[in-house]
Design a protein around this ligand. Structure first.
Ligand code: A3D
Length: 320
């Protein structure tokens, strides 16, 4: 049986961590692509030298040639530039849209059958752009944000309740970041919803509200602590889980930025919702009835994504 192939576009902090995780889990052979000269080859060589110690047989190759991603089963995209001081939101959008243009063209030419997971920020806009530029079917292109956002929420809830993270489930909707919508009625400890746990005296509404707020600002908290760069261990782990669900046809139910076609009253927009990921990519979008509060929060999130996309479309038209 031929090994699976995982291509990582962008070999920076998340890309390198993805390569290490994918190899250690023997998900397949790994190709690390980056425009930076030598760096992807250096990381590939370094990780490959861990193989004899750790006992994995995955091969790793670093490259700056898109031809090397040919036949990839999964592609995870982290290519892009971070926002720097003095850069406006539209400056960043313009630069990363161009990057998505190049990445999309590379995927279209060399790996049109791949399942593509986008991580580059601003996530909900970049995953849309990557779908547009690659021309892949929408169910084969998703954005990673919800698994990370819900992992952060689960971590904080487990700490608050003093229980294992394994027994905490969390439900988040909406765009990545400030407008993300954690739905506490569907977040549980071993099946017991958080509002019931509050009634049982395990926590208070104020404490849960503070946890929701901390989760929304989770990325910023880490940026502030690191001083340079942004989170990479948990984002990489989250994308690996999505890739594994596809490669192993696990049909996990995971929150992801998916192309909506009328679900939740939203059409033709990538927004974070629970989806089933299996061998056919996004196989199902899980649509639940939301209470009024969650509905209003979700709408705010959708409006923020729409505004971002309008800005992208304008820049895209200018770029031609
Ligand atoms: P970083 O370490 O800067 O890596 C990005 C890499 O992209 C660099 O090595 C660049 O050389 C490379 N690159 C730039 N342009 C191109 C191009 N045209 N083709 C190929 N490679 C290119 O960043 P990182 O790994 O820390 O983060 C990557 C992205 O993920 C950023 O946009 C972050 O904002 C984003 N991110 C998203 C989340 C979400 O939850 C959505 C979380 C954390 C980070």
């Amino acid at each position: 049986m031929a090994r699976k192939k995982i291509a990582l576009i962008g070999a920076g902090m998340i890309g390198g961590t993805l390569a290490h995780l994918a190899a250690m889990r023997e998900m397949g052979d790994v190709v690390l692509f980056d425009i930076a000269e030598g760096m992807p080859a250096g990381k590939a060589l370094d990780i490959s030298q861990a193989a004899p110690v750790d006992g994995f047989d995955s091969t790793l190759k670093g490259t700056s040639d898109y031809a090397d991603i040919a036949g990839a089963d999964v592609i995870i995209v982290t290519a892009g530039v971070p926002r720097k001081a003095g850069m406006s939101r539209d400056d960043l959008l313009g630069i990363n849209l161009k990057v998505m243009g190049a990445v999309g063209a590379g995927i279209k030419a060399h790996a049109p059958d791949a399942f593509v997971i986008c991580i580059t920020n601003p996530l909900d806009a970049m995953v849309w752009a990557l779908r547009e530029y690659s021309g892949l079917p929408p169910h084969m292109v998703v954005g990673m944000a919800g698994v990370l956002d819900s992992a952060r929420f689960r971590r904080f809830l487990a700490d608050e309740f003093d229980v294992s993270v394994e027994d905490v489930t969390a439900f988040v909707l909406g765009g990545h970041g400030d407008t993300m919508v954690p739905v506490i009625e569907y977040s549980t400890v071993a099946g017991i919803p958080v509002p019931d746990l509050i009634k049982m005296g395990w926590s208070t509404q104020e404490k849960i509200d503070a946890i929701v707020d901390r989760t929304r600002k989770g990325g910023g908290e880490i940026v502030g602590l690191l001083g340079n760069g942004s989170a990479f261990y948990a984002p990489a782990t989250s994308a690996i889980m999505m890739a594994e669900s596809f490669l192993k046809d696990k049909k996990r139910v995971l929150p992801a930025a998916a192309n909506l076609t009328g679900q939740y009253g939203v059409d033709d927009l990538y927004v974070g919702v629970p989806v089933v990921i299996g061998e056919n990519g996004v196989e199902r979008i899980v649509e639940i009835a939301l209470n009024d509060q969650a509905k209003a929060n979700f709408q705010t999130s959708v409006d923020a994504v729409k505004e971002l996309l309008d800005a992208c479309r304008k820049i895209d038209a200018k770029l031609g």
